[in-house]
Write a protein that binds this ligand. Sequence first.
Ligand code: PLP
Length: 443
Amino acid sequence: MSQSPERSDPSADPRRRIPRTDHLLAHSQVRRASDSLSERVVRDIVRAAQDRARRGEIPPEDVLEEILSAIGGRPAASLRPVLNATGIIVHTNLGRAPLSAAARDAVQAAAGYTDVEFDLGTGARARRGAGARAALLAACPEAEDALVVNNGAAALLLATTALAGTGEVVISRGELIEIGAGFRLPDLIASTGARLHEVGTTNRTHLADYTGALGQGTGCVLRIHTSNYRVIGFTSEVEVAELTGPCRAAGVPLVVDLGSGLLAPEPLLPGEPDVAAALRDGADVVIASGDKLLGGPQAGILLGRADVIARLARHPLARAVRADKLALAALEATLTGPVPPVLDALRQDPEELRERTDRLAERVGGRTVAHDGRVGGGGGAEVPLPGWAVALESDLAAPLRQGDPAIVTTVRDGDCLLDLRCIPASEDERLAAAVASARGSRP
Ligand SMILES: *Cc1c(COP(=O)(O)O)cnc(C)c1O
């Protein structure tokens, strides 16, 4: 090929040597590297590299290299896997519950076309998510029926909308909680058009407060477990079992929002209520999240009386808050598979944790210090989980976060703390290597 006139003229503007967009897009190396990216994304990367060359930030000869490196470092989705070294098990900022291997496989299998709403035997349409429903009922035989929706907040929205309409939701003033990031459950309920009928006080609510509020306009009685804080001292609340009689007599459904998702009691969290007990005590519907202590995907789980669940499932809002096939697959596999990572982390043996922590501390030149783990946003407010951490220099927190793997730690009293509770032991090698490389990358 003959040289272009621009190239033969040394005085020409170097910007004229910037390769053309169509040439770059057609370049075999660019095409091979960008298999998993859309043409628009590749075009944007190409344009950004050309712009850098135009501004003189890179020589025109480096444009191709710049594009290849931008494409190579860019996965199709920006969410990155993180090693959670905080010791906080259900960490909302880190995606709450990590899925079990069984649940990951189920998500993979359901990712394409799948029989989520189809009966392969008869060829007819079938009930959506029948497998997840069956797994829930098997795991919680106290429930007559189950419905899975998008998340716990959606479950609460659906229950109050379908049961109360524009009527009243009777609720204790001690349970008007904010669940994080500024979301307040009373605001959520009020947004449905239902009216809150608050009873009792912040610290004490009695049965008579509830019974005095029941009347013609009552849509439902709602009990909310205050999962993220605790009121201690001069307190009194009304048990679910005490409320059942008056609610039945008034023909008013009793809804219990437990949040945490414990289907059965957990010995390590004696203060944490479970779904089975609430149903045995007479709740008509119990609400729980899928990605807290249940250890599954984001989901809102409604368990309870068949007629009440049917009312919820029939409501138009149910369609707007339904669970997607990936969540249904992961939920079923979480319920039928082995112990999920969340419960593994909760039940870590402090002795074994200590040994792992000591080994890592020795390898990376840190100290072992006592460090309590926490359940986090999933419940068990204020319950310390005895454990340990490797204490490192606090200026390692940023390079560890920005490294590969990304590691999120806690900085306390000038130490960067690495808590192994929520990290599988199989990752210890990578963790040690990451600490070494974080040290090396410091200025
Ligand atoms: C977490 C929680 C919710 C909200 O559930 P999401 O699944 O986060 O939408 C509602 N109520 C209680 C008591 C909770 O703990």
